[in-house]
Design a protein around this ligand. Sequence first.
Ligand SMILES: Cc1cc2nc3c(=O)[nH]c(=O)nc-3n(C[C@H](O)[C@H](O)[C@H](O)COP(=O)(O)OP(=O)(O)OC[C@H]3O[C@@H](n4cnc5c(N)ncnc54)[C@H](O)[C@@H]3O)c2cc1C
Length: 490
Amino acid sequence: MVVGDIATGTDVLVIGAGPAGYVAAIRAGQLDLDVTLVEKEAYGGTCLNHGCIPSKALITATNVAHEAAHAEEMGVHADPAVDLSGMVGWKDDVVNQLTSGVEKLCKANGVNLIEGEAHFADEHTARVSHGGEGQGSESIEFEHAVVATGSRPIEIPNFSYDDDPVLNSRQALALESIPESLVVVGAGYIGMELAGVFAKLGTDVTVVEMLEDVLPGYEDDLARPVKKRAEEFGVEFHFERTATKWYEHGDGIRVVTEPAGQAQAATDGGAQAREAEEEPLEIDAEKVLVAVGRTPVTETLDLENAGVETDERGFVPTDDRARTNVEHVFAIGDVAGEPMLAHTGSMEGQVAAEVIAGEPSAIDYQAMPAAVFTEPEIGTVGMTQQEAEEQGFETVTGKFPFRASGRALTTGHAEGFVRIVADADAGFVLGAQVVGPEASELIAELGLAIELGATLEDVAETVHAHPTLAESVMEAAENALGRAIHTLNR
Ligand SMILES: Cc1cc2nc3c(=O)[nH]c(=O)nc-3n(C[C@H](O)[C@H](O)[C@H](O)COP(=O)(O)OP(=O)(O)OC[C@H]3O[C@@H](n4cnc5c(N)ncnc54)[C@H](O)[C@@H]3O)c2cc1C
């Protein structure tokens, strides 16, 4: 502590007010703990301000325009004009409504809010600098601390986010005009969601991906429809390539790409077929969006002063109670590593608060969903068939295609399917994958099924309203049991 400084005391100090930190703080408040939440930038963190919410707002708005422009088949003829500033203004209103809601909810739950940047001074003290001239700093003594400082975009060599044509996702979501052309580096979910937004706004989009397909980590039959649809609305793909540098060219830039894993290709017997691909490829564009992953924010926290260890990539390892190697310090959300998703962080935040309050809570990733808001959407939960078999389960799967769903046909989006993976013996639902309309919503029912230990029979015998997309979940379970009505049982 600085001499002459009076420290405030708190039961729980939460650092970072993203979906992990603010949820931990609110839950701690509900449990009658004295809780202080420090945020250096904006309540709601990346998710509300620069991630989930702004991206989904723009996805919805561009989908409205795109669908209206392509609805001739339904007898609708429209030529919508997009006013980007209006769209961005609406997105900002949504964001502001949510972030002010977070602040109100924190206050209503007795959370003491402090604006500033926190770092550890020792095992039980943090210093918070308030930034700005003459703003000073203060010390906070804590019984428990919860690190929820999140993550930021990874920067790749030669692509500095300080250079105007180079954008990270946050900068891309704040653009004031629609770029004529855009190179997206990285075909993960952030790259693919934003590639879709800009392609629908009329931008000429080229995606460069180091691996051989879009959405690494998702099964091929889920990723394939997303790539196909993106190509249909004009996105061009270059796989097994890395972006190595860019230079100014004419009115825009030229992005230089090289084959990824050149060494491996050189030892490949059939290298001839790849010769053309091995040439350097340069792509002209107005901007380049780098979306190659995120790295934890730990470097300014002075974690070592509290004795907290990080791994080689900077993440803070935790146990199933969100505890770090230091008994009274917890880490939640992106800073604690994969899966780096908002709802994962919120769940970890609730557990951390409950453990601090002495409750027997623990983190359970078994029914953790993931959603990708591309067209079509993807929703997954639990295990894939391969994962289940690797874990020793004998599996049975059931699948229902949306083209056999009356409701899907009436929405004009009948691509994709619902698949359920279950234990062949007892019929317990182990996992599910959905690609198609409203996959991000439909997956919730299957998450509940896993959480409740429901069987295929339970899902199949739950009467679903007609005509709904959710009937496809019931039919997939029936298909696994060999008794689907609206698809062939093979
Ligand atoms: C474009 C994009 C789209 C996304 N879409 C989705 C989606 O659809 N669904 C989904 O689940 N996830 C999505 N994510 C991921 C999601 O945003 C993150 O998983 C989530 O925000 C992590 O929450 P967090 O609380 O751990 O961290 P963050 O939300 O990053 O919050 C951390 C907070 O800590 C503050 N902070 C950092 N250091 C300090 C310090 N020393 N002192 C005080 N405050 C500090 C930061 O200012 C920040 O507000 C998306 C991310 C991006 C970038």
